[in-house]
Design a protein around this ligand. Sequence first.
Ligand SMILES: NC(=O)c1ccc[n+]([C@@H]2O[C@H](COP(=O)([O-])OP(=O)(O)OC[C@H]3O[C@@H](n4cnc5c(N)ncnc54)[C@H](OP(=O)(O)O)[C@@H]3O)[C@@H](O)[C@H]2O)c1
Length: 271
Amino acid sequence: MIRTVITGSAGRMGSTLVRLTLDAKDLELAGATARPGSPAVGQDAGLAARVGEARVRVSDDLGRTLDAARADVVIDFTGAELSVAHAEACAARGVALVVGSTGFSPAQQAALAGCAKVIPVVAAPNMSVGVNVVFRVAAELARVLGEGFDVEVLEAHHRMKKDAPSGTALRLAEVLTAALGRSRDDLAFARHGNIGARPAKEIGVQTLRGGDVVGEHTVFFYGEGERIELTHRATSRDQFGLGALRAARWVVGRPPGLYDMADVLGFQGTP
Ligand SMILES: NC(=O)c1ccc[n+]([C@@H]2O[C@H](COP(=O)([O-])OP(=O)(O)OC[C@H]3O[C@@H](n4cnc5c(N)ncnc54)[C@H](OP(=O)(O)O)[C@@H]3O)[C@@H](O)[C@H]2O)c1
């Protein structure tokens, strides 16, 4: 059994992960945390996540939880700033980490990479297997279609999402710029006013927010007389959670390093 700790266990992804961990035959829920002052602290983690009894109390201190839980792996979907603090707690104790949080600044990214020199870390802005296949297909389409097509990325998420554009849209932009030999300077994150004609090398990355949208991403390839639209729609958080559990099984026992879902899924080379 892989002893698994879920941080932010009362959150949207955290409660999904508590349920999926309790359902998994090869994973044991060894600990759960929530924000200090959260009503979930001190409660049974399963009841706090509204998924049935788990016989694990929610704590507000990951360090103490790790010391008590003999954890093999932590799964963290709490947000960039906290994920760095959680990575430091894992690195200090030699516990493997799966990070699903998005919105890392370059400094936070560097701090996470520093922790990954000591422990194995899987970090990915989208843990769904389907989306990771879309990254590869998008790169292939960009390479084959080449310069004759205008490339645009559109994403939509629920009204509570804090970062924009989504980490998935940013990864799509990264994959597309690499495939087309372009740079970050070619990305256009907003358009407003008298902007003139679209530069040929521009890649637009646009954001919609509203309601309870779990996550939708489309890459448009606009050509002359035809267009291709590559869309992924998530209708439940379970696919992110199942991908995170797959990453947790994969990362335990690996050498220190910063890995992503392409490593977990066994994709060779960059998309
Ligand atoms: N990689 C992927 O596949 C994927 C998929 C979905 C989402 N995400 C990302 O995952 C992150 C979380 O998303 P979400 O929708 O689940 O957000 P969320 O519902 O706000 O969950 C975050 C949870 O962390 C809790 N928290 C705050 N401070 C804490 C602390 N000190 N210790 C432990 N827990 C603490 C929050 O508690 P309070 O609400 O009480 O503050 C909240 O329950 C975001 O960055 C999102 O973009 C990634």
